[in-house]
Design a protein around this ligand. Structure first.
Ligand code: FMN
Length: 360
């Protein structure tokens, strides 16, 4: 039997292997519509995030319109290059493009078009919004594993072997249904699976069901990622923010509880992008660095302000902003005003702003 060489299997699987060697789960930034755009991904990458997702893109639109492609997706040559940890260890990163699709042709063609710039594509089977279900995408796919398997097969057939094809799911009220779903989808050779431990009907205020994810582990033969309520790398001394549920678990606890190979965070990273690097709250340098990336890789200003508002909400100690100061921050009318505000408050961290590459 021939042993496959590295390039004959998805590159992202090397990242799972490297994390295993370090006896830790893989750190993953969830797809977030609007938010996981290039400058925010570059920021997360510089704070020890291994795998980064684009926001969900509609495969049908992506295939049909070059305008949709240009507005939905931008990248930078640095994005998939390794970074160096403070201890001098090199860390690889992967970029995954997430699509919503209901047809194998659309998903495979979108995968093929984006493939030179990413390490893999992911099919969103967990979007609970009613418009998505109406379109037969997102959570609608939790009722049709055969069609998901067909989409995965179609994408795999069009992609080089170095690229992965994965799925992201929620759980069914009857876990046996998820187990049956997984059986059918795994027959398509899907490369890895993310389980968001909530039902389609559950909002993010409901704690994720880690015990259910653990049960599914026994039925998943590929790497599994656990998702839901990840707010801290190590056990927190006390809840860090009011948005954080009191039952919050650390990355390590979640990996242990679920036996997952990787742990994915969404809202936790919005409020603390340095989470996976071990910071309990956003450090000043993270804000400065984000502004550096936002200057180099522009996104609409309201989005920049939104990110800064989110990541400065729960800063610790003396750097925490008072109510009045936050009001002033959120009133900054454009990027120049925001840069001025941050400059007066903390300084701009000149090196970071002029050289956005000063990665950890
Ligand atoms: C603002 C926002 C946008 C999201 N967009 C997506 C998306 O594009 N694709 C997706 O699969 N999930 C999306 N999600 C769900 C997250 O990826 C994640 O599954 C969910 O928030 C649970 O993780 P958390 O508890 O760490 O927030 C989004 C969540 C938020 C808060």
């Amino acid at each position: 039997m021939m042993i496959p060489t590295q390039s004959e299997r998805p590159r992202v699987l090397d990242i799972f292997d490297a994390a295993k060697e370090d006896a830790r789960p893989v750190y993953i930034a969830a797809p977030m519509v609007r938010y996981t755009k290039l400058p925010f991904r570059l920021l997360l990458r510089s704070y020890a995030t291994d795998i980064l997702y684009t926001p969900m893109m509609l495969a049908h639109e992506f295939v049909r319109s070059s305008f949709a492609r240009d507005s939905d997706f931008t990248t930078h040559p640095d994005e998939r290059l390794p970074t160096m940890s403070p201890s001098g260890k090199s860390r690889k990163h992967a970029l995954i493009a997430q699509f919503a699709a209901s047809s194998p042709d659309d998903f495979a063609r979108a995968a093929e078009l984006i493939s030179p710039w990413v390490d893999g594509v992911d099919l969103n089977c967990g979007c609970p919004q009613s418009w998505a279900i109406h379109e037969g995408i997102g959570c609608a796919l939790m009722a049709s594993p055969e069609s998901v398997a067909e989409m995965v097969r179609a994408a795999k057939a069009r992609l080089p072997r170095s690229k992965s094809v994965s799925v992201k799911i929620r759980i069914h009220p009857d876990l046996n249904e998820t187990i049956r779903w997984l059986e059918i989808v795994q027959a398509s050779d899907v490369d890895y699976i993310t389980v968001h431990g909530r039902l389609r009907s559950q909002r993010s205020s409901t704690p994720p069901d880690f015990a259910a994810i653990r049960k599914l582990r026994a039925h998943i033969r590929v790497p599994m990622i656990a998702n839901g309520d990840v707010y801290t790398l190590a056990s927190p001394s006390a809840p860090l923010s009011s948005s954080q549920p009191p039952s919050v678990k650390s990355v390590r606890q979640i990996a242990e509880l679920t036996q997952a190979d990787g742990v994915m965070s969404a809202r936790g990273l919005l409020e603390n992008p340095a989470l996976f690097a071990g910071f309990e709250a956003t450090p000043v340098e993270c804000v400065q660095r984000f502004l550096g990336y936002a200057v180099k890789c522009p996104i609409p200003y309201p989005l920049v302000l939104h990110h800064v508002g989110e990541m400065t909400q729960f800063m610790e100690g003396r750097i925490r902003m008072g109510k009045e100061e936050r009001k002033q921050l959120m009133a900054c009318a454009d990027l120049l005003e925001l840069l001025d505000f941050v400059d007066v408050k903390w300084g701009l961290g000149e090196k970071v702003v002029l050289d956005g590459n000063s990665d950890e």
